[in-house]
Design a protein around this ligand. Structure first.
Ligand code: SDX
Length: 436
């Protein structure tokens, strides 16, 4: 490949060393980050596909929402560093930013908060859906089902070609996810559903729906509501991760936004993705004591052992995940302010220390990711492990729906339909069973 002079449009040239044929591809520049080679005409030119399982070197779309510099450990939401938003902003303001592209002024902020607040209730018939599940159903299974069912109740916001309906559906999803998550939790523990309270802030309202009971007043600790709000900011969006790519692919067929978000929830559930926070707590429980850390670190390094250190490593971050740093600080703050001495935190800190000094993790650039500490805080707040990924989904809904809106509004958008390297049988004739 060769790069031509900057004066002319930048291109790269591919040479097929069998046929000698050369094809020139344009290079596209973003605002920051790696350039891309526009290979859209490749198949037509050389009758070959690219091959990139897991899309490690493939840009699937153009986006202006979130930017990650994995080597520098940088995460920007619409250009704002996550460290600044985590300290100075709140989840609904950050949601407005992700959805609309800029921070709201005071009037825009108040209007958005009011719109979200007034969409937090669920259609009363949806409560019946929960009763169809076993009490021991995983809350992610319930969320997948109930969110998908929203499209059966909110027909007036499923026309994806109507910008107003798209925004109403976006507000409904952001607003109703905490209510659905809280109802899934209440259903699991056999307590009555708690209605949202419009007088409460977003995170406080969620904690109130989860932890209040009709028999006595519930005062939410400002420490916990602030920590919950910050955890939601940290999880709100993250470029074209697996679940966001799932939402985009589902949306590319024209599916309604509720169905697309249900697909994103399903993908997030996997332990390699959003399910990792639940897996971290189970792993720490299995390790049990710091004397056993070397045993598990050795297993994580053993190619013949499928065990991996959950909460470590990342497709993009080859430096510290900036969210993990903020999560660790928040973990300390919450546990100290609640006066909780959690052995799991000590164990996690020791595991992090040992792993980060180990050549295997250093060489492979494996650092703690956002999931490594989040579970410890959520456990301290009183959530069961099974709710951890649900909380991730509550926060990521705004990222998913912002990316979905961006895709629907992209004039170059078309249905996603990847090709393949076929390694199956060439054409062969049917053989009757008697002759097999
Ligand atoms: C999230 O994409 C996103 O942005 C996701 C996310 C978001 O906000 O949306 O950030 C949220 O999903 C965070 C990641 C949570 N998952 C986990 O913590 C699960 C544990 N981590 C691994 O499964 C893994 O690190 C992944 C899945 C996160 C990333 O996997 P990659 O990019 O496909 O990397 P890889 O599997 O090719 O690993 C590279 C090497 C391999 O060794 P070699 O084959 O090269 O010899 O590193 C090793 C892996 O075996 N490795 C690990 C490891 N993670 C990678 N070895 C031990 N423990 C680990 N955790």
């Amino acid at each position: 490949m060769s790069n031509t002079a900057a004066a002319k449009p930048e291109t790269v040239t591919l040479t097929d060393n069998q046929s000698g044929k050369q094809v020139v591809f344009p290079v596209l520049n973003g605002s920051v980050g790696p350039k891309v080679i526009d290979i859209r005409k490749l198949y037509g030119a050389v009758d070959m596909f690219t091959y990139d399982p897991g899309f490690t070197s493939t840009g699937s779309c153009e986006s202006a929402i979130t930017y990650i510099d994995g080597d520098a450990g940088v995460l920007l939401y619409r250009g704002y560093p996550i460290e600044e938003l985590a300290v100075h902003s709140d989840f609904l303001e950050t949601s407005y930013l992700l959805l609309n592209g800029n921070l709201p002024n005071a009037a825009e902020k108040a209007k958005f908060e009011s719109a979200i607040t007034r969409h937090t209730m669920l259609h009363e018939q949806l409560a019946a859906f929960f009763r169809g599940f076993r009490r021991d159903a995983h809350p992610m299974a319930i969320c997948c089902g109930v969110v998908g069912a929203l499209s059966a109740f909110y027909h007036d916001s499923t026309d994806i070609h109507d910008p107003h309906q798209r925004m109403v559906a976006s507000h409904r999803l952001i607003a109703k996810m905490p209510t659905i998550a809280a109802m899934a939790y209440k259903y699991a523990i056999g307590q009555p559903f708690v209605y949202p309270q419009n007088r409460l802030g977003f995170a406080e309202n969620f904690l109130h729906m989860c932890f209040s009971v009709p028999c006595e007043p519930y005062e939410c600790s400002p420490v916990l509501s602030k920590a919950m709000d910050r955890i939601m900011i940290l999880h709100a969006d993250h470029e074209q991760n697996a679940s966001t790519s799932t939402v985009r692919l589902a949306g590319s067929s024209g599916a309604n936004p509720f169905a697309c978000i249900a697909a994103g929830i399903a993908c997030l559930w996997g332990p390699a993705h959003g399910g990792a926070n639940e897996a971290v707590l189970k792993m720490l429980g299995e390790i049990g004591h710091k004397s056993r850390i070397p045993e598990f670190v050795a297993r994580a390094k053993d190619k013949n052992d499928s065990f991996r250190l959950m909460g470590f490593g990342h497709r993009v971050y080859k430096n510290f995940d900036p969210r993990a740093k903020i999560m660790r600080e928040t973990c300390y703050e919450v546990l100290n302010q609640l006066g909780i001495q959690d052995d799991l935190l000590e164990l996690a800190m020791e595991l992090e220390r040992i792993a980060l000094e180990d050549d295997y993790f250093i060489e492979k650039k494996l650092y703690p990711n956002v999931d490594f500490y989040s579970g410890i805080i959520l456990k301290a707040m009183g959530f069961p492990v099974s709710m951890f990924t649900v909380l991730f989904a509550v926060a990521r809904t705004v990222g998913w729906i912002s990316q979905w809106n961006e895709m629907i509004g992209d004039p170059e958008q078309k249905i996603g339909r990847p090709r393949q390297l076929y390694t199956g049988s060439p054409s062969r004739s049917y053989v009757p069973v008697a002759a097999r």
